[in-house]
Design a protein around this ligand. Structure first.
Ligand code: ADP
Length: 484
């Protein structure tokens, strides 16, 4: 099998820079597709943290002006695999997050920052930036959405690489005003409904969805949902029009970083045969979250604290959860109003509800290793990773029936329990009734220790490694290469 070269462009890549699941996927993909003869190179912005973390870097291309500012493309190695970085101080050399300043305000020039990334990605993929041409350009989310456009409207459009646009979350589309078009250095023809124009402005994700040769989302369920207005968020018509190009590939998890038998973040390592060892992690969580010790059900949440994640609904059901004898340990950051609601609930239930505001990778591992059930009441969830980590760690996922959550968790209904197939609890609708009922069902199941163990073990036996997804992405790249 000949090697196929794929350039994967994104605004995040674990462990260099991460705000969510996108980073995990971009970080894990190269190793996932390598066994299938795919040589993948990642391309990300040179944020200060990235520049610091990467060792020796070699300049492969210099721009006197990349959409108005000087920039360089640097090559380095990370995790033993090639990575390219866009070193453009005017765009990225600032302290704060990848998208917002320390106060959480979006950077005023986000459009330009990521248009520059997309432009450089197209140059690299097409062989215009000092490196060999790539076979496929894989663009992730709106930040990379213009990359397929720069290929289609490039001077070598006829011999261009194929492109894939992956939607990790339809809620973030990268929409900018009409004036912005002039900054993009695209030909006039791109300003059309068949190009980058969207409702009188520039739609970066829209451009990718319209112009890429293939579109993927991160679960088959979400691929279906985004054809509907509630989930398509304005792009549903375009998605339906291009559904022959659309597929859903579920994310895998990094089974080395997330292995309860070897995880250094745990107080006690365990396997499906030694689940009693989880107790050490539960004790550690009780200490870390200031909870009363006990053997009753300990629910966990690891989440962005947003409307998407259903965190407002969670706040409504906390009295019910505590009333049933449950406790909650929650780790997250996000909306101030949701944080306030959580703190208020913790104040009403000292020792029963513990809240940690912040981002803490180690604590996330401990929560999966010591919690009994992880609550994920998302209103929509393109794939979701925390339910997959929960399955791998025997922390039973209690999930909204949507997107990737519905695709990856088998509800503990009567038949699934009888067949020994159940791996968690699913519920809908996503409101007080739905979630409180799911919590009641979870507590009842927990009280049946033998049934609970079976559900934990079934989850741990499920395969959510990258093996299948790596195979599916590789097959997609090969189909595109064959067609181009
Ligand atoms: P999304 O990308 O929409 O936020 P996912 O479930 O796909 O949701 O991915 C979330 C990822 O971020 C998981 O790896 C999860 O463990 C991690 N995560 C989310 N919030 C926190 C936090 N406060 N601390 C540590 N890890 C977190």
């Amino acid at each position: 099998m000949t090697d196929l070269a794929v350039l994967s462009v994104a605004s995040e890549c674990w462990p260099l820079v991460k705000t969510g699941g996108l980073a995990d996927v971009v970080g894990a993909l190269p190793a996932a597709v390598a066994p299938h003869g795919i040589a993948m190179t990642r391309f990300i912005p040179g944020y200060p943290a990235v520049m610091r973390a990467l060792g020796r870097k070699r300049t492969v291309h210099k721009y006197a002006s990349l959409l108005g500012s000087p920039a360089r493309i640097l090559a380095a190695t990370h995790d033993g695999r090639p990575i390219l970085v866009l070193d453009a101080p005017a765009y990225y050399e600032r302290e704060g997050g990848p998208y917002a300043d320390a106060m959480g305000r979006d950077w005023f020039d986000n459009g330009l920052r990521f248009a520059a990334l997309a432009r450089a990605a197209a140059d690299i993929a097409a062989g215009r930036a000092g490196l060999k041409r790539f076979d496929v350009l894989h663009a992730h989310d709106w930040q990379a959405g213009l990359a397929p456009a720069y290929l289609v409207y490039g001077e070598d459009a006829l011999t261009r690489p194929a492109s894939v646009m992956t939607i990790h979350n339809m809620a973030f589309q990268g929409y900018f005003g009409a004036d912005f078009f002039a900054r993009l250095e695209l030909p006039r023809a791109a300003w059309s409904i068949d190009g980058v124009e969207y409702h009188g402005g520039v739609g970066m994700l829209k451009a990718g969805v319209k112009l890429a040769d293939a579109i993927t989302t991160v679960s088959p369920g979400y691929a279906q949902e985004i054809k509907k207005p509630e989930f398509g968020m304005g792009l549903e018509g375009l998605i339906v029009g291009r559904e022959d190009r659309l597929s859903g590939i579920v994310n895998g998890i990094d089974t080395q970083a997330w292995n309860p038998a070897t995880d250094a973040a745990l107080a006690g390592n365990f396997t499906a045969d030694t689940l009693d060892m989880r107790a050490a992690n539960k004790r550690e969580l009780e200490r870390a979250f200031g909870l009363e010790p006990g053997d009753g059900p300990l629910f966990t949440v690891i989440s962005r604290l947003t409307w998407q994640k259903g965190m407002d609904v969670l706040i409504e059901v906390l009295d019910h959860l505590v009333g049933l004898g449950g406790r909650l340990a929650l780790l997250g950051t996000g909306d101030a109003a949701i944080e306030a609601g959580l703190h208020a609930a913790a104040g009403r239930h000292p020792g029963r509800i513990g809240i940690r505001i912040g981002y803490d990778e180690q604590l996330a591992h401990l929560l999966q290793g010591g919690g009994d059930a992880i609550l994920i009441p998302s209103r929509f969830e393109p794939c979701g990773l925390t339910q997959l980590y929960g399955l791998a760690y025997g922390c039973v996922p209690v999930v909204a029936r949507t997107g990737g959550l519905g695709d990856t968790v088998i509800d503990a209904n009567f038949a699934a329990l009888a067949a020994g197939a159940a791996t968690g609890i699913q519920f809908s609708p996503i409101n007080y009734e739905g979630l409180s009922d799911a919590i009641t069902r979870t507590v009842r199941l927990f009280d049946d220790a033998a049934a609970w163990r079976r559900v934990q073990r079934s989850g741990m036996a499920a395969d959510f490694s990258w093996a299948q997804s790596g195979h599916d992405y590789a097959a997609l790249y090969r189909r595109l290469k064959g067609a181009s």
